[in-house]
Design a protein around this ligand. Sequence first.
Ligand code: NAD
Length: 457
Amino acid sequence: MTDPHELRVLNPATEEVVATVPAASEEDVAAAVVRAVRAQRTWAAVAPADRARLLRRFADAVDAHTEELAQLEVREAGHTVGNARWEAGNARDLLLYAAGGAERLLGSQIPAPGGWNVTFQEPLGVIGVIAPWNFPMPIAAWGSFPALAAGNAVVLKPAETTPLTALRLAELALDAGLPEHLFQVLPGYGATAGRALVDHPDVAKIVFTGSTRTGREVMERCARLVKPVTLELGGKSPNIVFADADLEAALDPFSFLDNSGQDCCARTRILVQEPVFEQARDFLADALAAVVVGDPADEKTRMGPLISRQQLDRVRSYVPEDAPALRGTAPDGPGFWFPPTVLTGERPDGPAATEEIFGPVAVLLPFTDEQDAVRLADDTPYGLSGSIWTRDVGRALRVSQAVRAGNLSVNSHSSVRYWTPFGGYKQSGLGRELGPDALTAFTQTKNVFISTEGPAQ
Ligand code: NAD
């Protein structure tokens, strides 16, 4: 039975209770927004260099607590400890990048007959950030830190299962000297705290990361208040492997197994050109068998558990026991384990090939030529990311122009850099995070016309 007043955080590798955290009510959200409105007014008046200095101090605090934050992420989310350290580093680096942006937020001046136009980029006010459980720390950071740097306050609602790293980040922000109530973290349920944040008239913008289904509802509710929204939603990304590619690099199983496949950018549609299809299948069979799945706190582990029993049931529902597949191994319970799996007998338009499974499961499909590859790559409602592997530069450029996705990589599986824009096409989302425009996404433009003609006589 779920208690509406508290959240029980389970270690997904052991099913032990790691912590119990109060769940915010609608009233708690409303009170937090009132405090945030006040804090934001003070913060917006802080000089850019001072704002940047405080954010850099916050970055230093994150850096000094990397190991603690990483171990928390291991315990609440089941991330491998190596990945969790990277995530803390990503949060730190984004803070440093955003601090630099705080010093360079400019307006402009547009000449006009009889006067000047002065154009300002003003902070929006209070930003509501709603995060999922799959990357609790980085996604809390992406939505919040550029918003703070641009002069806003943030109220962040982490996912029900993973509130701990976000709560710790908020404590570190306070320790670093950020004003009280500027960065508030309110763990709670989506249907209560999440909705209350979305519906609050003094929350100026919502940054939502999560499933396409919930994102649709969030957008509908924001529409009622004409509230801007950034949506970072699901994915079903292609890994397009041409026959001339470096097969070993292209078929790295961590292109879809990272974070146990609970990665919106996971390359879960492995598309391989026909001449090397059999070779690819053999390579993947060996690669899956070699993946070390187990205790995520162990430095040697490459893949941990899924987040919850609910997620395990969902993944299982896509992989019947008799489905033709290549399979690795995984521990038995306790814990929410599923083996690395590549389905080999799926139809390209079937559920496993087109729906986001969000587990360590990919489908392997053949293609004939460039056109066929692009058609298959785009044949889902999603358009978040993808990889193109070939030694032919012209083809790499043609295919990366043709595929409809927000983040592509050529001869690489990398998707996320804090200094480049990130976001989806189609039902993968709306708006962009990170990159050079991350701060301006949290501002609104005001133009003031100043007459040089003097007051009318
Ligand atoms: P989810 O949609 O179930 O929940 C996401 C968040 O929304 C949680 O904090 C939840 O409490 C909250 N929520 C739920 N109902 C709500 C409502 N009615 N109003 C307001 N908030 C509500 O998603 P999830 O299962 O936690 O996360 C997995 C999904 O996130 C996957 O689809 C994944 O692809 C997506 N994701 C996308 C990106 C991206 O950048 N595009 C990144 C990570 C995860």
